[in-house]
Write a protein that binds this ligand. Structure first.
Ligand code: HEM
Length: 548
């Protein structure tokens, strides 16, 4: 027994020099423990009375192993020891798990940056860097690649979609997406959006006819999902026409978003998550849903040049057409990446506009000028004239970015590390550049970075005392759509969609918060599961005179 303990304790001490991975340490310790038992304790194993000692020895071994790893992580020998941060995240990734599980990661990161400054150690091998220079250093061309955090989200039984690809494979697939969502092709999607907006208006009129009270956030989510169904699979998910998420599609995606956020921190837990029956059922249903939608789309053929048309390269512009399973994966990604993000942005936009009477009236005047009653408010050719709306959209994306923390990039294990925003970051480090925290930094948006001031996006005289609001001091710190070669390929579509929807809503309806709606507390209902989830946004909706 004593010999065994000494062997195990010595092994644990060796773990002190292990850089990071508890999983590898445990695996290697189990192996060495078995070897130690075989070599030194073989005879003891044959005696039943020693079983307790063996378990005890292994228990002590594990405890000493964990302690040694934890001590190492907070010791000055750890490569990230010079970066400040609270002690718990330095010790264990389970801190990150708890942040993601509760959806408060974006707010916690902001809080930590307010305390510790632009560099915060948010995990044993993880940094969050809220610095404009980091945007280019990390996300720009020549920056860092996506790493373990992204591979952990990838279902091993499914082909990879664009968001998890890196390097040349990403660049090749991204060419198809760029073509699909180029300004030239966006024009082709306007009638599809307009049709779906007609349905949204009918849905709102129907719901409002019953009580005048509507959860506008929910209706907008039905709209964005139906529209992305049109785009990706040639038909809607019928959420608007059904008046609900009858197939539980949105529900499934929400549950998947939470478990994926958690698993991204601890990739080794993916098999465990898959073993949870309800989650694995969701995953299977999502996969089946993608395949069925795609099969339907393939059988019907192309009626319009939608997203699928471009992603499957029906025009045969590439040397090799993409394989159908890859197109299915990208079609599903379009829905995941394009629906809830746009819904989150539009819902927050309506919230901010209704929160301030002056903002709302300015917007209404602008819409009434550009789209007088009876005119077609879905005409995107007039979008350049919606200057105030554009400023409101930017300010919304700044204060409540639909992807508030985004996924981290990873410094390659090969090589000597990199310099980010003037500081050396060692190999293997996961690096966040969190939009929510950067967007609220007074070095870049000042004064009052926490206030909704659309006028900061308008050209005005550079006087800090400007009565109308603040300034954008560094535009490169504005990253709601990320930055660089893997930035949001759908950003122009999203902006166009938002302007079309808001123009129609403002032209046709009077909007105000419902009487008993807690408008002050609404922002606190926003949770960060990579993409935000939001509580109900309950508004009173009445048709404007002669508008319908
Ligand atoms: C307001 C709405 C939107 C916001 C705020 C948004 C934000 C983002 C962000 C932050 C990323 C980077 C994610 C990462 O680094 O992991 C991203 C990527 C992406 N987005 Fe969007 N997005 C929006 C709408 C859309 C729409 C409408 C589409 C259309 C299909 C779309 C498709 C994509 C795709 C395919 C990627 C992956 C790009 C790549 O890896 O190369 N997004 N989006």
């Amino acid at each position: 027994m004593d010999g065994c303990l000494i062997v195990q304790f010595a092994h644990s001490m060796i773990a002190l020099v292990h850089p990071s991975s508890v999983k590898q340490a445990i695996l290697s310790s189990i192996t060495s423990f078995i070897l130690a038992l075989i070599s030194t304790q073989y005879s003891a194993l044959t005696t039943v009375g020693n079983a307790q000692d063996i378990v005890l020895a292994f228990g002590i071994h594990l405890i000493s192993l964990f302690c040694s790893v934890f001590i190492y992580r907070i010791s000055p020998f750890h490569p990230l020891s010079s970066f400040p941060g609270p002690i718990l995240p330095k010790i264990t990734k389970f801190w990150g798990v708890s942040q993601s599980w509760t959806g408060r990661q974006h707010r916690t990161f902001l809080h930590l940056h307010e305390i510790y400054g632009p560099f915060v150690r948010t995990g044993p091998n993880e940094l969050s860097i809220a610095h404009a220079q980091a945007v280019n250093d990390v996300l720009g061309a020549g920056g860092l690649d996506k790493g373990e955090w992204y591979s952990a989200r990838q279902d091993p039984n499914a082909p990879k979609n664009l968001i998890v690809l890196t390097g040349e494979a990403h660049a090749n697939r991204r060419r198809l997406w760029n073509r699909a969502l180029s300004n030239e092709n966006l024009t082709a999607y306007q009638p599809v959006i307009a049709n779906r907006i007609d349905e949204l208006v009918r849905h709102l009129v129907q719901v409002a006819a019953q009580s005048e009270i509507v959860d506008i956030g929910q209706s907008i989510a039905y709209f964005t999902f139906d529209f992305m169904g049109d785009m990706a699979f040639g038909g809607p998910f019928h959420m608007l026409s059904d008046g609900g998420d009858k197939n539980d599609f949105w529900g499934m995606l929400n549950r998947f978003a939470i478990s994926a956020s958690v698993v991204s921190h601890i990739p080794w837990a993916f098999p465990l998550v898959q073993a949870i029956p309800s989650l694995s059922k969701d995953l299977r249903r999502l996969r089946r849903f993608g395949v069925e939608s795609a099969t339907g789309r393939l059988q019907e053929g192309s009626k319009t040049k939608d997203l699928w048309y471009h992603l499957s390269d029906e025009a045969e512009l590439e040397k090799m057409r993409p394989l159908p399973p890859n197109v299915v994966a990208d079609g599903a990604l379009a829905v995941i990446a394009g629906a809830d993000t746009t819904a989150g942005a539009l819902t927050a936009l309506i919230y901010f506009v209704l929160s301030d009477a002056t903002t709302y009236h300015k917007l209404r005047n602008e819409v009434d000028t550009v789209y007088p009653a009876g005119s077609d408010a879905t005409d995107a050719t007039l979008h350049d004239r919606l200057v105030w709306m554009d400023a409101c959209i930017n300010e919304t994306l700044r204060l409540q970015p639909p992807v508030p923390t985004n996924g981290p990039r990873q410094v390659s294990y090969d090589g000597h590390g990199v310099i980010i925003a003037g500081r050396y970051v060692p190999p293997g480090t996961q690096v966040y550049v969190p939009p929510y925290a950067i967007h609220r930094d007074a070095r870049y948006f000042s004064p009052s970075p926490e206030c909704f001031l659309p006028s900061r996006w308008l050209p005005h005289t550079p006087e800090p005392e400007h009565p109308d609001g603040g300034f954008v001091l560094d535009r490169s710190a504005f990253i709601p759509f990320s930055y660089g070669p893997a930035n949001c390929v759908g950003r122009h579509l999203a902006r166009m969609e938002m302007k079309m929807v808001l123009s129609v809503l403002v032209q046709k309806f009077n909007l105000q918060f419902a009487e008993d709606f807690d408008s002050k507390g609404w922002c606190d209902t926003i949770k960060d599961y990579l993409v935000t989830s939001r509580g109900p946004l309950v508004v009173k909706l009445t048709p404007r005179d002669g508008s319908l």
